[in-house]
Design a protein around this ligand. Sequence first.
Ligand SMILES: Nc1ncnc2c1ncn2[C@@H]1O[C@H](COP(=O)(O)OP(=O)(O)OP(=O)(O)O)[C@@H](O)[C@H]1O
Length: 240
Amino acid sequence: MSYPSPHTTYQQPVQQVPGEGTVLAGRGLVKFYGEVVGLAGVDVAVRAGEALAVMGPSGNGKTTLLHVLAGILSPDQGEVWLGGDRVDQLNDAARTVLRRRRLGFVFQDNQLLAELPADENVALPLMVDGVSRRDAIGRARAVLAQVGLANEVNRRPGELSGGQAQRVAIARALVGEPQAVFADEPTGALDAATGAQVIDLLVGAATHRGAAVVVVTHDDAVAARCHRVVRIVDGRVSDR
Ligand SMILES: Nc1ncnc2c1ncn2[C@@H]1O[C@H](COP(=O)(O)OP(=O)(O)OP(=O)(O)O)[C@@H](O)[C@H]1O
C-alpha cells in the first residue's frame, strides 16, 4: 500500500459543528509518528447513546484514533469535536481538564490503585476535581451499586475478581457523567463469558446515560455487542 508522506496536505473540511445527536466526531484526522503513519485521514462520528467498536489489524491505527478522539494525542491535521467544542484546538492544560470532566476511560488492565478500596478508586477523579470526599464517596457507591458491586465497595483491587475489578473501572469512568467513554481492549484480560458481561455493562450503563462509547477491540464477540463497527486499515476507515 502507498502511505502518504507527512508533508501531504489533505483537504480541510469546512469548520462546522457536527449534526444533531452527534456527541463525538473526528474529521479528516491525520496523525504521524515521525514518518510513520498513524492515521491517514479518518472521519468518524458517534451519537449520544451509541457504542462504536473500532476493529482492524494490529498496528493499523486503532489506538491512535482513540487517543486522538480522546484528546490524549493532537492530530497533525483534522478536527475533533466533543459536543460543540473543538478539542484539537485546546492547549494541553485545557485538554487535561476536558478529559477529567467530560470523558471516561477504561483500559485493559483496569489501572486501579491497589492500596485504595473500590469506592475510593471510583471517587478519586471527583475529588481531584474538587468534590468533597463525602459527596464523592456517596456518588461512587451509587455507581458501584449500579454495576452490581454494592457489597464490594470496601474491597481493594487485589480482593476482587478480574471482572469485578473491570466493573470498578467502569464505575470510575462513569462517575463524572462523561459525554464520551473510551475503552481500549476492555475485555482483553478476561475470559469470554466475563468479557461479555463486562462489555454489556459498559455499553448498557454508558449509553443509558446518553454517553457516546468508543471501544477498541480485536474481539468479534465484543464488537457484536456494540451498535456499530468501524474497521481501521492502514490508518483509514475500511469497508474490507
Ligand atoms: N508512540 C509511537 N511512536 C511511534 N510510532 C507509533 C507510536 N504509537 C503507534 N505507533 C505506530 O503507529 C501505527 C499505528 O499504531 P496503533 O497503536 O494506533 O495501532 P493499533 O491498530 O492500535 O495496534 P494494536 O492492535 O496492535 O494495538 C503503528 O505503525 C505503530 O507502530
